[in-house]
Design a binder for this molecule. Structure first.
Ligand SMILES: [Zn+2]
Length: 168
């Protein structure tokens, strides 16, 4: 699933980043997410995008729904939005191929939400990608803009944060 766009034009390597495993372990350890919501086991229906391993959950798997803000702690930015994300209830192996767009999360309506080098949203480069389009190429095109430092991939329908893309 490596898009041709990621290889073109001498662009730097991109890293597709799942939620940090240590940060999730801290939440599991305290029995609550970073906003105080209890860490509760629920049974996956089989579509839920998991932000710890960047794939859809298997039906029947133990998962948790938590509130998460994709900025490092402590939050010191007005851009630190938080929202609901699904993760594995217990620690998983994480995302093993961070140089590839997560293949299980490409066939969906996504919003690429870029940020500039000061951490502000780069509104002029917000991009929507539809199922069937080359998500990796769309990400590479946005990340190739000199004013873009990183981007968040979100669901374009539910608006939930899915994962972050940075230059390696
Ligand atoms: Zn996981």
């Amino acid at each position: 699933m490596r898009g041709a766009g990621t290889q073109a034009g001498g662009m730097s390597t991109l890293q597709y980043q799942a939620i940090d495993a240590g940060r999730l372990d801290a939440m599991r350890g305290q029995g609550a997410d970073e906003f105080g919501n209890p860490w509760q086991r629920r049974t996956a229906e089989g579509w839920e995008p998991l932000r710890c391993c960047l794939r859809p959950a298997r039906a029947g798997a133990d998962i948790a729904l938590i509130s998460y803000s994709p900025w490092p702690l402590p939050w010191g930015t007005p851009w630190a939005e938080a929202g609901p994300v699904f993760v594995c209830h217990r620690r998983c192996a994480g995302y093993q191929t961070p140089d590839e767009y997560p293949p299980g999360l490409a066939d969906r309506h996504s919003q690429l939400n870029p940020f500039d080098h000061e951490g502000s949203r780069a509104y002029e480069h917000i991009t929507f990608v539809a199922p069937g389009e080359d998500h990796a190429a769309a990400v590479a095109k946005v990340m190739d803009q000199p004013g873009v430092a990183c981007l968040h991939v979100r669901s374009a329908t539910a608006q939930c944060f899915t994962f972050e893309v940075r230059r390696a």
